[in-house]
Design a protein around this ligand. Structure first.
Ligand SMILES: [Zn+2]
Length: 470
């Protein structure tokens, strides 16, 4: 997934501004997190060439060495995928009437070529106030923080009111052994929880100061549709009016001019009303108006002009790939386009497919899902007072009472979709603030050092606030 911080900064329309470096020496808890972070970054967990299992073994060894019972440190590997292990650790609480809290992070990273980077992507490099390395922001920061915080809890003897489960998984980015999907299907009992904390939130820094801390409580569903035409073809020296490429082009032009209706949900409404409350521009006024009346066409028009806000209002579908013809001197027999839809979580993908067919209105144009449509819907997770009050209090304590806590519906996908579809509400929240310069998935991926340790403290306090105990 595009890192939370990056999408948060993108949503806030921020440009990178230098912020003050971490000046004070690391505390023992920070030093432990740093060591785990370095260990994880320096294990290549890229789907095609690396091994998540190596990282899982390394983290399991740390938990066992800290005295976690073997039964509470489980390594679970799908058959036929020896490099795609998943680690599930249970930190036992005292109460059994409350369902556990689940902490989730993926250990795999997207590919990184040494030749593309200005340093080795699989060595943790500290430079100019940043930690550099593949996965430094997506997603080994949260993974290492969760591990370090639970080891700290073990050392201090913390007794939460409910069990805290940590799942470190494979293939979130790519590959055919997605760990969360597999755990839900094969070991749901080991990860079942009242709710989960995951990547996908993050926060933003504006003019060197903390600006917002986001809570991702919903995500749009990414679905690819293949739109194709066929034709009998022939020699291009004798062209006819019917043509596979033209027919497809006409269909795509209709899609270009079509907009799905505004469809808000609890999370996108909260995002628009909160962002609109502090935004004095025309966009801010439109946000407040559309929350009051989703059928307000003028407000919708204003917001739709900005791609960021447009993606918050509705399902979007856009052509992303095109292919056609088989020879330069032959009339094309086939033409194909890929249309990527980002579907709001309250809308049925099959209904979206039907809408595309209606808009195109040409039975000669076939529309088929590229991959099987998601079986179950990942409904937005409720913005419960228990979670939102805890996030808000800790955000204000750590970053200042003027920092916004904004629920967001992300347009990118996380493994939260599998948990939500399995009935486990999931929240992307980390307290890791950025000004949009993490370069997640890109070259020289990095994490602002101060943001990493602020995130460690934030997640430590949040886990304690949500799991209770002392
Ligand atoms: Zn990620």
């Amino acid at each position: 997934m595009v890192s939370a911080a990056a999408s948060a900064a993108m949503l806030a329309g921020l440009c990178p501004t230098p912020v003050r470096a971490q000046e004070t020496p690391l505390t023992p808890n920070q030093a432990r997190a740093h060591d785990i972070y370095k260990q994880l970054i320096e294990i290549n967990t890229v789907d095609s060439v690396g091994s998540v299992t190596t990282a899982v073994d390394a983290m399991a060894a740390r938990f066992r060495a800290a005295g976690f019972p073997a039964a509470d440190v489980q390594i679970l590997t799908p058959d036929g995928h020896p490099t795609k292990a998943n680690l599930v650790v249970r930190y036992r609480g005292t109460g059994h009437d409350k369902k556990p809290l689940l902490l989730l992070a993926h250990l795999d990273v997207v590919a990184a070529l040494r030749s593309d980077w200005s340093m080795d992507p699989f060595v943790l490099t500290e430079k100019d106030g940043y930690y550099y390395g593949r996965g430094s922001s997506d997603d080994k920061a949260m993974a290492s923080i969760f591990v370090a915080n639970l080891l700290r809890d073990k050392a201090t003897g913390w007794k939460p009111d409910r069990d805290v489960i940590l799942a470190l998984t494979s293939d979130e980015e790519s590959g055919d052994a997605n760990g969360v999907e597999w755990l839900v299907a094969n070991h749901k009992d080991l990860i079942d929880a009242a709710y989960a904390i995951n990547e996908g939130g993050g926060g933003s820094i504006r003019n060197g100061k903390p600006f917002s801390n986001n809570v991702q409580a919903a995500e749009k569903v990414s679905v690819h549709f293949t739109v194709s035409t066929t034709n009998s073809g022939g020699h291009s020296s004798v062209p006819r009016r019917d043509n596979a490429i033209y027919e497809l082009a006409h269909a795509l032009l209709k899609l270009e001019h079509f907009q799905f209706p505004v469809e808000l949900n609890e999370v996108s409404r909260a995002y628009l009303s909160q962002t609109g409350a502090s935004d004095t521009s025309a966009a801010g006024a439109a946000m407040r108006a559309i929350v009051a009346n989703p059928n307000n066409r003028a407000a919708a028009a204003t917001l739709s002009a900005d791609p960021r806000y447009n993606s918050m209002l509705r399902t979007t579908c856009v052509a992303t790939r095109l292919a056609g013809g088989h020879a330069y001197n032959a009339l094309p027999q086939t033409a194909t386009a890929n249309v990527n839809c980002r579907i709001v979580p309250t809308q049925d993908p099959q209904a979206v497919q039907a809408t595309l067919a209606r808009v195109i209105g040409d039975t000669g144009v076939k529309i088929t899902p590229l991959f099987p449509l998601p079986k179950s819907r990942a409904a937005p997770s409720p913005l419960t007072p228990e979670l939102m009050n805890a996030v808000t209090k800790i955000t204000h304590d750590l970053f200042g009472s003027n920092v916004l806590v904004v629920p967001v519906m992300s347009t990118g996908a996380t493994d939260g979709r599998f948990l939500r579809a399995a009935g486990i509400p999931t929240y992307g929240v980390s307290g890791i603030l950025s000004n949009g310069d993490s370069h997640a998935h890109g070259r020289d991926e990095r994490m602002w050092i101060k943001s990493y340790y602020d995130g460690q403290e934030f997640l430590y306090r949040l886990t304690h606030a949500l799991a209770g105990g002392k």
